[in-house]
Design a protein around this ligand. Structure first.
Ligand SMILES: [Zn+2]
Length: 482
């Protein structure tokens, strides 16, 4: 970006069409505030390229480098400018790079040099490595999980960048890492103990010398040296103060470590509790098969338990199975079909289930979120079917889709509040829209890539010892069993 005295919309002529701009500004996602703040501050924003992958395994080198080259070429071509505003997640890895964002920042520095600020907002699941801290100027990470402050954090980092360019502030960044990985189900910012950390971060942010504080919870399923918690403090000039505050936050996190251990409920026990509730919906969360963190979303263990127990008036949101969807569509609405659903990807997520049900709905899978997450950003689940099996509505989709918005249900003509039990394949993001309708929420314990059984993961690069995997080596095993 560069400071300009031309009209506020002049940058739109430089590569960003009006249509593109309206998609980003209407969606109120992390890009719209960048545009809005720059317009307000009369700063020219020169776009390069935007892309966003699904959460899965490592990004293929070919895809990564094709994007990186576009960014670097854009930066070269746009020279001169006063600062670089990136939009990085923070938890990426490629076939070759454990720290995707660190690598991006390193390459950007090669093009732009050491003098100008290079900044980005970060997702709360950023895994902060030394490269990011070395090559980035400062970051503002999300304070919320479910992530509902993407707009605010982008606005914040954009404003801080402009203030830096104009010489109003001199940001310095430090970080501290308690030696901990935290399972995502315990990263909910609305609840203790994560809430306590976020409140402390906000308290520190009130100090006049402090510009921004981030508690990055980390994405523990990335096999990299440090997929754990990181405290980032950005101060105006005073690096020692920033380091002190980062260390204090880090110590607080370490002191709370036992309370970060997951408390999840075995499936059958969860069903006992749910069935004993006088009314619904009781939400059971299969976070182990949460597609937002990479799993295939076709796990069958929880659904099998529900069918075995004869559960009635329930809904499964969502199970991805393109083959089953195709068969149901072939049969048509109202037809009764017998087929196998789910269990086609990961053996430890359960076997395919042989079911007979009737095809209740067929849809193109398109809907428009209206709730706190991704409002106005169109969603596409691919071809979608509601298959009713013994009074359980199973939403079968062609593509993965984390149920984070109630418009998903209404687009299929079903009412989530009418069910006794809702089985949701999501970890925390579902809460933004579902907490207001839930009579009770039970987080269930299942195997799966996004589950809480961290010790079972085939770690190869994780720096050890780390809590909670190596409690004995860290001298705290007695605490854990007391
Ligand atoms: Zn996240």
């Amino acid at each position: 970006m560069s400071q300009t005295h031309s009209s506020t919309n002049s940058y739109l002529a430089r590569g960003s069409s009006g249509r593109t701009r309206s998609i980003f500004t209407e969606a109120k996602g992390p890009i719209s505030p960048m545009i809005e703040v720059c317009e307000r501050e009369n700063v020219e924003l020169i776009p390069t390229v935007y892309g966003s992958p699904d959460s899965k395994g490592r990004v293929l080198n070919e895809s990564y480098y094709s994007m990186l080259v576009k960014i670097l070429e854009g930066l070269e071509k746009a020279k001169p400018y006063d600062g670089v505003l990136l939009l990085l997640h923070g938890g990426g890895a490629t076939e070759d790079e454990d720290d995707l964002e660190g690598h991006v920042l390193e390459q950007v520095r090669k093009v732009v040099g050491d003098k100008i600020p290079v900044v980005t907002p970060l997702d709360m699941h950023a895994n902060i490595g030394p490269k990011m801290m070395r090559y980035g100027s400062f970051f503002c990470g999300y304070d919320t999980y479910p992530h509902v402050d993407g707009y605010d954090r982008s606005a914040e980092v954009t404003q801080l960048l402009i203030d830096t360019i104009r010489g109003k502030i001199k940001p310095v960044i430090t970080y501290a890492q308690p030696n901990m990985i935290i399972t995502p189900v315990m990263q909910k910012t609305g609840y203790y103990p994560m809430k306590t950390l976020i409140e402390k971060a906000h308290e520190i942010e009130k100090e006049p010398e402090i510009l921004s504080v981030t508690v990055s919870a980390g994405y523990p399923y990335a096999d990299m040296p440090y997929p754990g918690v990181t405290m980032i403090v950005v101060a105006d000039g005073d690096k020692e103060l920033a380091q002190r505050r980062a260390d204090e936050l880090s110590k607080l996190c370490w002191d709370l470590r036992l309370d970060f251990l997951a408390r999840v409920v075995p499936m059958n026990r969860a069903l006992d509790i749910a069935l004993a509730e006088p009314s619904g919906p009781v939400i059971l969360t299969d976070q182990a098969d949460n597609p937002g963190g990479g799993p295939p979303q076709d796990g069958t263990i929880a659904l099998k338990s529900m069918l075995d127990r004869g559960v009635k008036n329930a809904c499964v949101a969502v199970m991805r199975d393109p083959e089953a969807v195709e068969k149901a569509i072939q049969a048509g609405v109202g037809a009764t079909v017998t087929m196998s659903i789910g269990g086609k990807t990961e053996p430890w997520n359960g076997a395919p289930l042989e079911v007979t049900g009737y095809v209740k709905r067929i849809s193109d899978g398109k809907y428009m979120p209206k709730g706190p997450m991704s409002r106005g950003v169109p969603r596409e689940m691919g071809k979608t079917v509601v298959l009713n099996v013994r009074d359980i509505d199973i939403i079968l989709t062609e593509r993965s889709q984390q149920p984070t918005d109630l418009a998903l249900y209404s687009s299929l003509g079903i009412d989530p509040t009418g069910y006794k039990i809702l089985l949701i394949k999501s970890c925390v993001h579902y809460r933004a829209a579902h907490e207001p309708i839930a009579k009770r929420i039970i987080e269930i314990d299942l195997p799966g890539w996004h589950g809480t059984r961290l010790a079972a993961f085939p770690w190869t690069k994780l720096k050890r010892p780390v809590f909670p995997l190596d409690a004995e080596a860290l001298g705290i095993s007695e605490l854990m069993t007391s």
